[in-house]
Ligand binder design. Sequence first.
Ligand SMILES: [Zn+2]
Length: 338
Amino acid sequence: MTSLPEIQQIEKRIQGLGSSVRSEVLAYSELDSLRFPIYKVTFGSEDPKAPVLGFTGGVHGLERIGAQVCVALMNSLAELALWDETIKRTLQDIRVFFIPTVNPIGIYKKTRSNPRGVDLMRNAPVEGEAPARWVGGQRFSNRLPWYRGEVGAPMEVEAQALIAAVEKEIAQSSLAVTIDVHSGFGFQDRIWFPYAKTVKPFPDLPLAYSLKDLLDRTYPHHFYRFEPQAQSYTTHGDLWDYLYDNHLQARGEKTYLPLCLEMGSWLWVKKNPWQIFRAEGPFNPIKGHRQRRTLRRHNTLMEFLIRAVASPQAWANLSELQKEDFDKKARELWYATN
Ligand SMILES: [Zn+2]
């Protein structure tokens, strides 16, 4: 049967780990005779209130490296969970999940959209404020990129699977952070926080600032550009805006910060210009050494996020005074107009 190397790696890992990991098939993505599972693999605490960290990838099939980075991080954590006493203890208190191939047929067919021509990152029922005409999402045709799906239609199978799984994870969790791995924009690796729908600050701006501050203090030489997504472009239908807004309405004392890791693929193209002529070229490192470098590049970020989620007192439990202070600093840093 046709499969994806990324899915084979996930299945091999699940078999190898036995009962020390929980796995489920969230849904199947289908096209003609193709039928690929969308896996979720979960490590750590089964307490629904426990802090949660989630990694997702492959939402845009063409950005295959995102799925591969997710699988690589999952494999590293799986090994650490076997021998590292620190990680074992941390996983008693927190949960870490991976959904590496959200759009498996897109990965297989090297398309950005899902098998029905829908761009999953434009598919949620969220209206953006004045996004760019095409890139921001369009309803003209599924033969063109950035197609949102029909007005009022249910979300696509792959989007629904992701949303249901993430909603379940964050519903009762005291502190949840997710990071969705993409590639294809800019020369630098960016960590984006909401919103995608508007350039206005989102309600948890102090929290985003606090995490950035913690990252800057802990790893002053890190290479990420930490910023609001909407500073690059705004869109309709962003899945993470949708999840965040829904969570915000009913959250009480609970906290949820959705992040995107947007890997700067233009650098790979700059160093290897001919790859632009390959379908996957603009979005993936083609040369072996560059791919290996990308697959190991985000290990520190994963470890940092695990520690941060396990240590909310260090950055997430903000007093009103700290919130005010960070809100002011964040507005100066990201929203100053002069
Ligand atoms: Zn993407």
